[in-house]
Design a protein around this ligand. Structure first.
Ligand code: NI
Length: 168
């Protein structure tokens, strides 16, 4: 495994539409392993392949540090409810902003072995799924900001306690 370079806001690779994954290859397995290592190293809760410069529909998420989730060719099939809170992105280090997302989503995808799975997420997991899936179509949370993009340094302690002040 190896750390990969996280592409930052302004890099055109972050605005491209990613391609479906047709088969699990050794190269894709290595990419997934590297994405987890890179995400954990950066203290993130989610990472999408284009954030490491690879235009494939692969996302990794772990909102608790104990639930590593691989989503290949994912799509959201149901969403309801609403949550409004701070969101961040590993491609915009040190920045955060308020975004409203569904509070509950269902997502169909393939797992690491290319078997179909259905994931249900609430709260932070729902937010992370929405955020990461958008990366696969070249979109960033900055498109949904309510108010200004803020420096995480400018938040008060109370704001930082917000469970959604995570980087994805
Ligand atoms: Ni992100």
């Amino acid at each position: 495994m190896a750390l990969r370079n996280i592409r930052e806001f302004g890099d055109p690779v972050l605005n491209k539409v990613c391609l479906e994954v047709k088969e699990m290859t050794a190269r894709n397995k290595e990419l997934i392993d590297d994405m987890f290592e890179t995400m954990y190293d950066a203290n993130g809760v989610g990472l999408a392949a284009p954030q490491v410069g690879v235009l494939k529909r692969i996302v990794v998420i772990d909102t608790t540090g104990e639930d590593p989730l691989v989503l290949i060719n994912p799509r959201i099939t149901e969403q309801d409810g609403e949550q409004t809170g701070y969101e961040g992105c590993l491609s915009l280090p040190g920045k955060t902003g308020i975004v409203t997302r569904p509070n509950h989503v269902k997502c169909e995808a393939l797992d690491r072995d290319m078997n179909p799975i259905e994931i249900e997420g609430e709260g932070l997991l729902a937010r992370a799924i929405c955020h990461e899936l958008e990366h696969l179509d070249g979109h960033l949370y900055t498109e949904h900001l309510e108010g200004e993009l803020l420096d995480t340094d400018s938040l008060t302690d109370d704001d930082e306690d917000d469970e959604d002040a995570e980087e994805e």
